[in-house]
Design a protein around this ligand. Structure first.
Ligand code: SF4
Length: 265
């Protein structure tokens, strides 16, 4: 079992330039006047040209019933963590008796928090804490903050990989920057909780200079798209089969797999 999520990982030799620490970026990004604020989750939107960001910003909603499985796994995991953090063993009893755990995702979360509570500790986890606007980002809400490290739950039917996984790492780096700007302490890593239809795994993501620069570039890119009066053109060479905006964009319905890969409002 991956109790690594709830214990300090071994992250050694992380080199982060002073100017790429969140607190240093406050001066640079705090003065953004002509840029719209960006949601960290928009950095992980799957569209290669970020048209999904533009569509969401301009009122296009996902088709009913299209965002289901991934969202349900997500809720299940966070419900278990929330119960353990706020009410300890009593909370977990309620979760088990209340039928909250319906899948392997909930069972995984239960195993993690049970290991933690068994060691006599109160999990130092904040579940969906609201972070105030900073660094050109809106008020935001990472899934978890474990100690001072952000954690995000991401779903893909066969497990997270490829560009979506890369984008979620960038989103995690964004939360690390935001937390650094707020608490003025180094945040050198975050956790990716990867949920597939058969298993859950975790990755400790080191937030190095490369990822920080990527996050800053992505923020600028999303701000440019969000402030445009017209959607990004032309169409990308290929669109993810599961993109929930296919109907709006291409006139074809999305595949029914992988619908967790959406922009969260
Ligand atoms: S259908 Fe293609 S162009 Fe439209 S939002 Fe999805 S990925 Fe982007």
């Amino acid at each position: 079992m991956r109790v690594g999520l709830v214990l300090a990982p071994r992250v050694e030799g992380v080199r982060v330039s002073w100017e790429l620490r969140g607190w240093s970026l406050l001066t640079l990004l705090g003065g953004l006047k002509d840029s719209v604020l960006v949601r960290p989750s928009e950095l992980a939107a799957p569209c290669p040209v970020r048209r999904d960001v533009w569509l969401m910003r301009n009122g296009v909603r996902l088709a009913g019933g299209s965002v289901s499985r991934g969202v349900n796994y997500h809720r299940e995991i966070l419900s278990v963590f929330r119960a353990a953090v706020s009410e300890g063993w009593g909370g977990l009893k309620d979760v088990v008796e209340g039928g909250v755990i319906r899948s392997h995702a909930g069972a995984w979360a239960l195993a993690v928090v049970t290991a933690w509570l068994s060691s006599g500790q109160v999990p130092p986890i904040a579940v969906e804490p609201y972070l105030p606007p900073v660094l050109g980002f809106t008020r935001s809400k990472p899934d978890l903050v474990v100690g001072s490290a952000p954690a995000e739950v991401a779903y893909s039917p066969a497990g997270l990989s490829g560009k979506y996984a890369d984008a979620k790492r960038v989103e995690l780096a964004t939360y690390a920057l935001i937390l650094e700007a707020l608490i003025k302490l180094p945040v050198n890593y975050g956790w990716l909780i990867m949920v597939g239809d058969k298993r859950v795994s975790t990755e400790c993501v080191v937030v190095d200079d490369v990822l920080r620069e990527e996050a800053l570039r992505a923020r600028e890119d999303v701000a440019r798209v969000a402030s445009s009066l017209t959607p990004p053109q032309p169409n990308p060479e290929s669109c993810p089969a599961t993109c929930p905006f296919r109907e709006s964009c291409l006139g074809t319905a999305p595949a029914t797999e992988g619908l967790g890969e959406v922009v969260r409002a």
